[in-house]
Design a protein around this ligand. Structure first.
Ligand SMILES: CN1c2c(nc(N)[nH]c2=O)NC[C@@H]1CNc1ccc(C(=O)N[C@@H](CCC(=O)N[C@@H](CCC(=O)N[C@@H](CCC(=O)O)C(=O)O)C(=O)O)C(=O)O)cc1
Ligand SMILES: N[C@@H](CCS)C(=O)O
Ligand SMILES: [Zn+2]
Length: 766
């Protein structure tokens, strides 16, 4: 008799109507107390466990819920809150949790971070990308003084909560090695791995407590097994899991996002009861894992894509799974990774194009796919299989996916389409003559505060309560307001402020052919902040100009240059759900061609400076270094093709934030943007050293203040950073700007900060 089980590694927690966001933000505003916030969390957990149980999952997953971030929850669970916060005994766990997440002044509002020498002791934990996803986690801080205790009871309480609702439980934990890997050393040279010895006993105690509480399986996530690991980290796995095995808990070791490659044998050897592998990104390894993983260890196959929203081709999946099942006699079926990275449900997507909708599966629909696969593999009747087959066939033969015009344009693309006319040095001369900017020109990154009024106007427009013309007038007034304030502040290069954009990617997706967008397809980006990634289903084309009217309007209001503002092809690709029926490189090229036309139209509209944002260029790097070159070649070419429409006297800017750039500096230089603005303030300009050493040839705007905090930087502090920057970059090539856009900030602090920034630039000129 063959055994089949279905499970999930994790489930979205934000709620179908972003109930978690609403509750959190009300709590932070002081409108909800702790008990009410806890009740909102419990209601979401109960609902999500019920969805899992209703889909026939024998075990519901407990421990994937977090009020802000699952890594932060582990910091509390293991009692390693950084001492710098100086929490007093009276502080409740939730107060401490949100202080770590948002800073003691509650200012953390955006995505990226680096330790900053000048920050106050209660500043928020650093935040960075979770592997190659658009989710951001809070970075644990480790040092020789770090101690671990089983401090948080929340996980055990959630287990009891699920059991009280009648569920059988699989608990989920981040594994000890991944937890240490994801952290940062508070002092240079400190080896995080040296903490393993202190950490393991706490894991063992926790595993024993979970077992005693009746938890049948514990999923322990070690996604770092898909990375190029130093040998000492690989060695540590054997010792660590031998010790954890002493707990007697049944461990399902979970790997995802990347093939195991040289770690495959190691993962299969570890003394655990089961191994989960990513059957989408590491499909080619399934046979080897099946052979190497000795029975009676359980193999869990992540056969349903947890990172994308397409329906699974169930026949193809069955063809993969059947031989594995025949060989092993037991198989667990799951999504490839946690479903945190996809929206919750298609149920409320009434406005979605019905044909495209039939091709999709969000988290809830992925649960049904698991159920159908289980039934089909058992030989039971699975009527859903028929419907699924029809949808897959409809997508494969749809004439809407392919456009002859797009294919012809790609085919006819001249070999030099990714080249500007003259080299940078010559362009710099003509741009300087045209723009006549002072030394240390000041600018901002694009967005100004997305105020409640702006969002309310857009919400009213979408509801049909505000006519298009009135909405457009409201946005034009916001743009005029932003331009006037920038002139008053004394900035040299202005922006229109992006008031009309819901999101820097969704906005373009909505206007391009080949995309559809959802009404409720929210995916958590960090904390309460969400994004609604567009769905890129077909060949991309630009039916009409997307930003020109707004930019020309802004430019008409000022004699100073206004930067046109575009999102680059790699970032649009990276932050959308993209088609899986052609290489990402080709999709990026199609987007690049559409954005190239926008560059040409802005230029024709007399916009002399155009910024093409590529904050996701670094994030798109494959997790394995061996694949970097291929990715970087097509990604940088896509950018250059977009920029390639610019004349020599049109200045092309690009912007990147939250990334470690030093390992891809040659490729950043190869973008050949005339100016790059990057996030550097939180690293105290350390990030700029690489650009200096590399002798980065073009102009640079190193961010001089952190936009994640409401704190207003002083003129002296900004000047200090600029002087530091001028030591590594020729002063003639330096721009002055904040780290990133200001959309999450309020106007009062924005204005005060920019006034100081302009004053610092003037001092530098003097
Ligand atoms: C720069 N970042 C981005 C990433 N990915 C993107 N796709 N976009 C990005 O900008 N990844 C890395 C970082 C992550 N940083 C952020 C920062 C901020 C947010 C954020 O604020 N998200 C908003 C949602 C933004 C949005 O789409 N707004 C829409 C809808 C607004 C809305 O919720 N409306 C309400 C009604 C409001 C009212 O009546 O007043 C509703 O519809 O119910 C819009 O402006 O129209 C968030 O709120 O989470 C995300 C990532
Ligand atoms: N132009 C965008 C870039 C964000 S990374 C903004 O200013 O918000
Ligand atoms: Zn940015």
């Amino acid at each position: 008799m063959k055994t089949l089980h279905t499970h999930v590694l994790g489930f979205p927690r934000i709620g179908a109507r972003r109930e978690l966001k609403t509750a959190l933000e009300a709590f932070w505003r002081g409108e909800l107390d702790e008990a009410a916030l806890e009740a909102a969390g419990a209601a979401l957990r109960a609902r999500h466990w019920a969805l899992q149980a209703d889909a026939g999952l024998e075990l519901v997953t407990v421990g994937d819920f977090a009020f802000y971030d699952q890594v932060a929850s582990h910091i509390q669970l293991f009692g390693c809150e950084p001492a710098r916060f100086g929490f007093d005994e009276a502080a409740t766990p939730l107060t401490r949790y949100f202080a770590m997440a948002r800073g003691e002044r509650g200012g953390h509002t955006d995505c990226c971070a680096h330790p900053h020498a000048g920050q106050h002791s209660g500043h928020a934990l650093d935040m960075t990308k979770w592997f190659d996803t658009n989710y951001h986690y809070l970075v644990p801080e480790f040092g020789p003084e770090t101690a671990f205790t089983l401090a948080g009871e929340r996980l055990l309480a959630e287990v009891a909560e699920a059991q009280a609702l009648g569920h059988r439980v699989k608990a989920t934990l981040i594994g000890p090695l991944t937890f240490l890997w994801l952290g940062t050393a508070r002092e240079d040279g400190f080896d995080r791995l040296s903490l393993l010895e202190k950490l393991l006993p706490v894991y063992t105690t926790l595993l024993m407590r979970l077992k005693a509480q009746g938890v049948e399986w514990v999923q322990v996530d070690e996604p770092i097994l898909g990375l190029d690991l130093p040998q000492e980290w690989r060695n540590a796995f054997e010792i660590a899991y031998w010790l954890l095995a002493q707990s007697g808990a049944r461990i399902m070791l979970a790997t995802y996002f990347s093939p195991l490659e040289e770690n495959l044998g190691l993962a299969c050897r570890l003394p655990v009861a089961g191994l989960h592998v990513d059957g989408v990104r590491a499909a080619h390894e399934l046979t080897s894992v099946c052979d190497w993983l000795a029975l009676p260890k359980v193999l869990s196959v992540g056969i349903v894509d947890g990172r994308n929203i397409w329906r699974t081709d169930l026949d193809a999946a069955i063809a993969v799974l059947k031989p594995l099942l025949d060989k092993r006699g037991e198989l667990w079926l799951a999504p490839s990774c946690s479903l945190l990275h996809v929206p919750l449900s298609l149920a409320n997507e009434s406005a979605l194009d019905p044909e495209v909708r039939s091709w999709l599966a969000f988290a809830t629909e992925k649960l049904s796919e698991l159920a159908t696969l289980k039934a089909a593999l058992r030989g039971a009747a699975a009527p859903q299989l028929v419907e699924a087959r029809a949808a897959i066939a409809s997508r494969a033969r749809s004439t809407r996916v392919h456009s002859d015009a797009v294919a012809a344009r790609v085919q006819a693309l001249p070999g030099d389409a990714d080249r500007r006319g003259a080299p940078f040095a010559a362009r710099q001369v003509v741009q300087r003559a045209r723009l006549r900017l002072p030394a240390f020109p000041t600018t901002t990154i694009g967005s100004f505060p997305q105020t409640a009024a702006i969002r309310a106007a857009r919400a009213a427009f979408r509801r049909g309560a505000l006519p298009l013309a009135q909405y457009q007038n409201a946005m034009r007034a916001e743009i005029a307001h932003a331009v006037a304030r920038q002139e008053a502040i004394g900035l040299d290069v202005l922006v229109h402020g992006e008031a009309e954009r819901n999101d820097m990617v969704e906005y373009f997706g909505e206007q391009l052919d080949g995309f559809v967008f959802t009404q409720h397809g929210w995916v958590q980006s960090y904390g309460s902040r969400c994004v609604k990634p567009p769905v890129l289903y077909g060949d991309v084309a630009r039916p009409r100009a997307m930003t020109v009217d707004w930019a020309v309007h802004a430019q008409s209001l000022s004699a100073r240059p206004v930067k046109g503002m575009l999102t680059g092809p790699v970032t649009i690709l990276q932050w959308s759900f993209v088609r899986d029926d052609q290489p990402r490189a080709l999709t990026a090229l199609q987007i690049a061609l559409a954005m190239r036309d926008e560059v040409a139209d802005l230029q024709a509209g007399a916009i002399g400076i155009i910024q093409i944002d590529e904050p996701a260029l670094r994030e798109g790097l494959p997790l394995r270094r061996a694949r970097w070159d291929d990715y970087l070649a097509w990604a940088t070419r896509a950018f250059r093709i977009t920029a390639g429409a610019a004349r020599d006297d049109t200045q092309i800017h690009t912007h990147m934030c939250y990334a470690e750039f030093n390992d891809i500096l040659p490729q950043i230089a190869a973008l050949d943007a005339d100016v790059i603005t990057i996030e550097t303030s939180r690293s105290d300009m350390a990030l700029l050293d690489g650009f200096g050493k590399f002798r980065y040839p073009n102009e640079i705007g190193p961010g001089v203040y952190d936009i994640h905090s409401p704190a207003v930087p002083g003129t002296d502090a900004i000047e200090r950073l600029l002087r530091k920057a001028a030591q590594v970059i020729p002063a003639a090539n330096l721009w002055v700007n904040p780290d990133c856009g200001l959309k999450t900030r309020g106007w009062a602090e924005t204005e005060a900060a920019l006034v100081n920034m302009v004053a610092a630039a003037r001092r530098m000129r003097a």
